[in-house]
Design a protein around this ligand. Structure first.
Ligand code: GTP
Ligand code: MG
Length: 358
């Protein structure tokens, strides 16, 4: 999964990027963005499996984050064709909710709903520009050589242009399979799902839900293709310096249930319809990311194309059943270990051993 971090200047994008990926702060004065970094998806199940199997290696699922420069009003077009954003699955939009006299807001006041709307409009206008440019080219091509393929694409792009002109994002449109295939060649931004991360001030954290409600962000994000998640960058930065126990005590004190960064990962999984399955053995205990609704044979392909090609059967046990039984052998005795075929729909937390033959 690849996620582009976008937002207005000084919203806290780079701070969040550094927290998520463990990347060092950029040298002052330099223009570091875009930067790419990898974040581990926290997963207690991998740790628990490692406790059972004592493997040489633990491997977590990862998310690739891209930190890009802040967008100013009227300049969303700068994000179009940014090579670093090619192939992203989602946008993480950092919206500033924190007040600070030390950090000036580009618009002079802190208003997260205004900012969220403004960036959404920038994405729409950026896409509109790209769609119009493509339409011009298509028209010219059609005049030269009237190919059916171009005519079909023109119809698709006219549909998109009309939506964008009405200030509706591309993610609100329905596309057929053929249309989706065509769109994959382009990196339209308003088509991507958005994880809205509200960067709260330290004093707002105790009442995060109330803050999101009052700001209007909760209502704004209650749309398909959006998810909302509060974080406080300075608090997360402090936590990152503490031992696990001290961080937990600090969180309990603030009434937070989980680390903010875990919440970011969990919320983006939900937004994108992703789940994890697990593999466990003496060499490695590992989490793998797949889409909900993935068949066993495709899940095998997430590990290696050979395993997909030579797929025979999947030995599957639910994580909780494995932990309760204590070993694969005990699961076999209790008959919680099942043999599944190619078509089996993998569930979140399935521990799988693929049998294959190449
Ligand atoms: N008080 C406070 N300051 C913050 C918070 N988040 C970020 N900052 C500060 O705001 C400034 C800008 O943060 P960055 O993370 O660099 O913001 P950015 O969105 O990457 O900014 P650009 O890349 O310039 O668009 C830095 O001085 C941060 O320390 C916050 O939650 N509270
Ligand atoms: Mg930055």
């Amino acid at each position: 999964m690849k996620v582009g971090i976008v937002g207005l200047a000084s919203a806290g994008k780079s701070t969040l990027f550094q927290l998520l990926t463990g990347a060092p702060a950029a040298a002052p004065g330099g223009r570091p963005e875009p930067r790419v970094g990898i974040a581990r998806v926290p997963d207690e199940r991998v740790d628990a499996l490692a406790g059972l199997f004592n493997p040489k290696k633990k491997t977590f699922a990862t998310v690739e984050y891209v930190d890009v420069p802040g967008v100013a009003k009227g300049e969303g077009g700068a994000l179009v064709d940014l090579p670093a954003l090619r192939g992203i699955d989602a946008l993480l939009h950092v919206v500033r909710a924190f007040e600070s006299e030390l950090v000036p807001h580009p618009d002079g006041s802190v208003d997260p709903l205004r900012d969220a709307r403004m960036l959404e409009l920038e994405l729409i206008l950026a896409d509109l520009g790209a769609v119009e440019r493509r339409l011009e080219k298509l028209e010219a091509n059609i005049k030269k050589a009237n190919r059916a393929e171009d005519v079909a694409e023109r119809a698709l792009f006219i549909k998109m242009k009309e939506a964008l002109e009405a200030e509706r994002p591309l993610r609100s449109l329905e596309f057929g399979d053929d249309e989706r295939r065509k769109l994959r060649n382009y990196g339209f931004l308003s088509e991507k799902p958005v994880l809205l991360v509200a960067n709260l001030g330290e004093e707002q954290v105790k009442d995060a839900a109330g803050t999101l409600e009052r700001s209007g962000l909760a209502t704004f994000a209650a749309t398909p293709g959006f998810a909302l998640c509060p974080v406080s960058a300075p608090i997360e930065a402090e936590m990152a310096q503490l031992s696990a126990e001290d961080a937990q005590a600090f969180r309990d004190d603030l009434g937070l249930h989980e680390p903010g960064l875990d919440r970011v990962a969990r919320t983006s999984y939900g937004l994108l319809g992703l789940i994890s399955f697990l593999t466990a053995g003496e060499d490695e205990c590992r989490a793998w990311t797949i889409r909900q609704g993935t068949k066993a044979v495709q899940a095998a392909g997430a590990i290696h194309s050979d395993i997909e090609r030579g797929f025979i059967r999947a030995e599957v046990v639910a994580f909780a059943d494995l932990m309760a039984a204590g070993s694969m052998a005990a699961c076999r005795e209790r008959a919680t270990l099942r043999l599944e075929g190619k078509e089996y729909l993998v569930r979140d937390g399935d521990v799988i051993n693929f049998r294959f033959n190449v």
